[in-house]
Design a binder for this molecule. Structure first.
Ligand SMILES: [Zn+2]
Length: 421
C-alpha cells in the first residue's frame, strides 16, 4: 500500500497570510469579538466597564493590553455567579451542542458551529489526510478531549475508532485488524501501546499500520518522539490547547515550535501585570480565541512560553510558540522577580564543573533571601557565575558550594521555604 504524503500542504489561506494581511485579519477579528462580547456577555461588559475600556478605542493590536487578563483560576468562581455560566456565555446553555466538565472543576461549553474547537488546521498540519482510520484514545465523557479531537478528523474526512482510554490489548487488536493509520492520545499512552505490542510479539512496523500520531496533554522529550517515530515508522506531532478554548497551537512537519492557531490571538505577558513582553522573552501565554459564544478575552493559561516570528519552511506565517517551559504557579517569585528553573539551567549549562544545583528561598524577618547551592569538587569561577546569574536572573544569590552527593537524589530546582504568618 502506498503511503499518503503527509509532509506538505496547507489547509486554508488563513495559514499563509502575509504580515500586513495577518495584522489586518487579527485587527478585524478582535474588534468584531470585543464589540459582540461587550454587547452580549454580562461578564465582559462588567470587566470592560471596570477597566474603563471602550471598544471604540480599540485601534491597534497593542490596545488589547488595556483589558485586564482573565486568570484561568477565576473561571471556577465566575461560572458560579449566575445564569449563562455567570454571564461568561453570550447565549443560553440550552442553545449549546454540549457542555463538558473538566478538572477544576470548570464547565466547558461547546457551541453548534463547525470546527468549534478549531483543531482542523492543526490535524492537517500534523499529517492526517482523507481516508485515514484514526483511533482516538482520549476519554469521551465529561471532559471534552475525545469529542473535541473527533471534530477535526470528521472535517478532514477520516473515519474514527472512538476507543477512549485503557483496554490496551483490545486497542492493539483493533489497530491490527482495521489497519488503523492514525493515533490520537498522549505520548505516554503511545509508548505504552508500543511496549505492550512488543511484549505480545508484534512487529510494530509490519503488523501495525500507523503512519501519523497527534499527541497532547503531556510534555515529552525529543528522544521519546524519535523513539516512537522509529518504532512505529510514523510522524508524531503535538498540539497545545486547553479545555476552555480548544486549539491554541500545533506543530507542522518541521517541528520548530507550535504554530499559533489562526482562530486565536496569542500574547506572551508578564504574569502579574498582563503587559505583553518582547519577542523571545518568557512569560505567560494569554489567549483570545475568536469565539463569540464563550468570549474568554485575554485568558491567562498559567503556561509559560515565548514567541518566535521567524519564517517557517512549511510556509505558514502564523507566529510560533516555543516549548511550554513551565507553569506560572510552580515558578518562584523572589524579591518581586520571577525565577524560572529553565533560566537557571541555562546559566548552569555554561559551567560544566557544576554537577547539580538547587535554589533555596527563605524569608527571615519577612525579607526574601535566595541561596544557590551548587555541587562541584573544586570550583574557582565564583565571581563569573554570580555575574552571569545576576545578568540573566536579575537577582544576586548567596552562593554555597557543596561536595558532590550532598544534595538529595531527587532535588527540586527551586525549594521555597518561605513562610507568611
Ligand atoms: Zn511550520
Amino acid at each position: 500500500m502506498t503511503r499518503k504524503d503527509r509532509t506538505e500542504g496547507i489547509l486554508t489561506r488563513k495559514e499563509v497570510l502575509d504580515q500586513s494581511e495577518r495584522q489586518k485579519y487579527y485587527q478585524i477579528q478582535l474588534k468584531d469579538l470585543l464589540s459582540y462580547a461587550y454587547r452580549y456577555s454580562e461578564d465582559v461588559k462588567k470587566r470592560f466597564d471596570r477597566a474603563q475600556f471602550y471598544v471604540d478605542k480599540f485601534k491597534t493590536l497593542g490596545d488589547l493590553k488595556h483589558i485586564p487578563i482573565l486568570k484561568k483560576k477565576e473561571l471556577i468562581f465566575l461560572q458560579s455567579m449566575g445564569p449563562r455560566l455567570g454571564g461568561l456565555l453570550t447565549k443560553d446553555l440550552g442553545e449549546l451542542r454540549r457542555i463538558f466538565l473538566s478538572p477544576g472543576p470548570i464547565f466547558d461549553p461547546e457551541d453548534r458551529t463547525d470546527d468549534y474547537w478549531g483543531w482542523t488546521e492543526g490535524f492537517y498540519a500534523t499529517g492526517f489526510r482523507t481516508g485515514d482510520i484514526v483511533q482516538v484514545t482520549f476519554s469521551y465523557h465529561l471532559a471534552p478531549a475525545g469529542l473535541m479531537f473527533e471534530e477535526p478528523l470528521r472535517n478532514i474526512g477520516c473515519s474514527v475508532v472512538p476507543a477512549g482510554p485503557g483496554n490496551t490489548n483490545t486497542q492493539l487488536e483493533v489497530m491490527q485488524k482495521l489497519r488503523v493509520t492514525g493515533f490520537v492520545g498522549t505520548p505516554s499512552y503511545l509508548m505504552h501501546l508500543a511496549q505492550k505490542g512488543e511484549e505480545k510479539g508484534l512487529n510494530l512496523r509490519k503488523d501495525l499500520f500507523l503512519e501519523v500520531a497527534f499527541v497532547t496533554g503531556e510534555k515529552f522529550s525529543e528522544k521519546v518522539r524519535s523513539t516512537l517515530e522509529k518504532k512505529f515508522d510514523l510522524i508524531m506531532r503535538q498540539g497545545y490547547g486547553t479545555a476552555d478554548v480548544g486549539s491554541i497551537g500545533y506543530e507542522c512537519f518541521h517541528k520548530n515550535g507550535l504554530h499559533v492557531s489562526n482562530r486565536t490571538f496569542v500574547e506572551i505577558c508578564h504574569p502579574d501585570t498582563g503587559i505583553p513582553l518582547k519577542e523571545g522573552e518568557v512569560g505567560e501565554i494569554v489567549v483570545t480565541s475568536f469565539n463569540k459564544t464563550y468570549p474568554l478575552i485575554r485568558l491567562a493559561t498559567g503556561d509559560l512560553s515565548y514567541i518566535d516570528h521567524s519564517p517557517c519552511p512549511c510556509g505558514r506565517t502564523s507566529p510560533r510558540l516555543g516549548n511550554i517551559v513551565g507553569r506560572v504557579d510552580t515558578t518562584a517569585r523572589i524579591k518581586g522577580m520571577f525565577v524560572y528553573p529553565h533560566q537557571v539551567e541555562q546559566v548552569m549549562a555554561g559551567f560544566e564543573e557544576i554537577k547539580r544545583w538547587q535554589i533555596e528561598v527563605t524569608n527571615p524577618g519577612g525579607i526574601d533571601e535566595m541561596t544557590l547551592y551548587i555541587e562541584a569538587s573544586s570550583f574557582k569561577r565564583e565571581a563569573e557565575l554570580l555575574h552571569i546569574f545576576r545578568e540573566k536572573i536579575k537577582i544576586r544569590p548567596e552562593l554555597q558550594i557543596l561536595a558532590p552527593g550532598t544534595l538529595p537524589p531527587q532535588v527540586r530546582p527551586i525549594e521555597d521555604k518561605r513562610t507568611w504568618e
